[in-house]
Design a protein around this ligand. Sequence first.
Ligand SMILES: [Zn+2]
Length: 560
Amino acid sequence: WFVDVDKSARQWKGKKQSLKQISLDVVKSGDIDIIPDRFKKNYFHWMENLHDWCISRQIWFGHRIPVWYCKTIDKKQLTFNQCDPIISIEKPKQCPQCSGKSFEQESDTLDTWFSSALWTFSTLLDKPKKNDTLDSWIKRNKKKGTDLDLFHPTSVLETAYEILFFWVARMILMTTYVMGEVPFKTVYLHGLVRDKLGRKMSKSLDNGIDPLDMIEKYGTDAVRLSLVIGTTPGNDMRMYEEKIAGYRNFVNKIWNIARFILMTDSSDRRSATPIKGRRPSDSDAPTLADQWIQSRLQTLIQEVNEHYNKYEFSLAGEKIYDFLWHELADWYVEISKTQSHTLAPEILLDAIKLLHPFTPFITEEIYQQLKSSKLIDAKDEFLASSKWPEEKRSTKRSPTPIKGRRPSPPSVEKIKSDFKALQSLITTIRDMRAKYNLPYSEKLDAAIATKKHKDMFQEQELVVEALTKVRIQVLPTKPVEKENFIKAHSAEFDVYIKINAKQIEKQGQQIEKEKQNLEQYIASLEKKLSNKNFTQNAPKEIVAQEQKKLEDAQSKLKKI
Ligand SMILES: [Zn+2]
């Protein structure tokens, strides 16, 4: 049995057209969009060269073709009557041509892709009634509020690019013919999952990864993340255990952030030292960090929405990942330990909503815990069915006006640049601690010389101290050098950390030790390079490499 693809078979957009014409039209006209775009070319190539479709298969597993042949014998001729085949799911009662009652069903089964092509609408229909024709069956199912009415055409079909022709094209062909409408509006094609070296996973190579094993070991959320982040539509992706393990670390990180926020009850914060120069009634007014995290969250919501709208799932995931880890956890949560209040629970709630499609399990669990902790005002039974975070349109203004603090709230741009300077100051001090081997157990003092950020740094003294264990004094110019300082210079400020005689001595010892190590290293390299046996016999690149090492070490020694 064949499907004739060139016969004018159906009324479509006011004209009787063939299956081939209709299938081409729906993509050309944009009724169906294919992502990524380049696969439209493949689709057109296949469909323009479409031949009649043989749907008969000589295999056991499949839908048996619902065609019946009349097996009534003409007693004079002693042959079967030559009646037309009858199409019917059930065995016909009587042959309309010869009134015979003997039939035999076609023994072939339908091509797998013919059966799969029925999927888009057949899953939404009820059971056919006894006297239903195809038309009456569909008409009954199109009534308002039925599954078919609500979900057909479906919005997005997601599949691998390798079955664009086998499955996607056949669904389009079948559904437009049977239903008179497209099966879906958008086709999103993903790539194939390959191994670490980019090879196809196969039994003979034994390079497959069983998702169930990985889920057992790293959790479902980590496996999902590793399949979504770092992939682009239509391109193959590499999957390997270390990658999944990496995302397990991120899932753990989210869990730890949530645990920390949940365990830090607001009553613990009452004892936090109020920030200098603020009236007591101001203690709950938003701080720079509050304003910054709110504006960052707003930007994140906008960006994630844009990425989701463009099916850029990986980019959306990466941005949520960076926000949670490198902004909320690394900065805001740390800073809010110094505040008498925190927005962390609310910010976390919106962030886990954005992340929910990627890691549904851990985010739902965190939501339930946040809800029962009463840290947030949440009424939805599940995170999955809660409202998507709201995108506040005006980003030019301050996220929350501050009452009685400043005549007009600072702009988002000002908040961003202030916070960036604060981050830069804290990072600079931390780098100095690392560079000069100053352990955090030793509390230090520093002078910060800045004109631009004088007031802001002064306001943030306690934040800087909490995050660096360095007490700062903000000055408009550099300090009078009566004491010993280590210095760091930047375009907007200079940092002078005071160190005492003992620390200087320790520094000296460390430098001396480093110097000795370098000298020994240089001596060994020089010895190697003066050995003719080595320089003449070893490959040129190796000799050059050793020479380079020597030069690097010598210049390092000079600096010391
Ligand atoms: Zn017959």
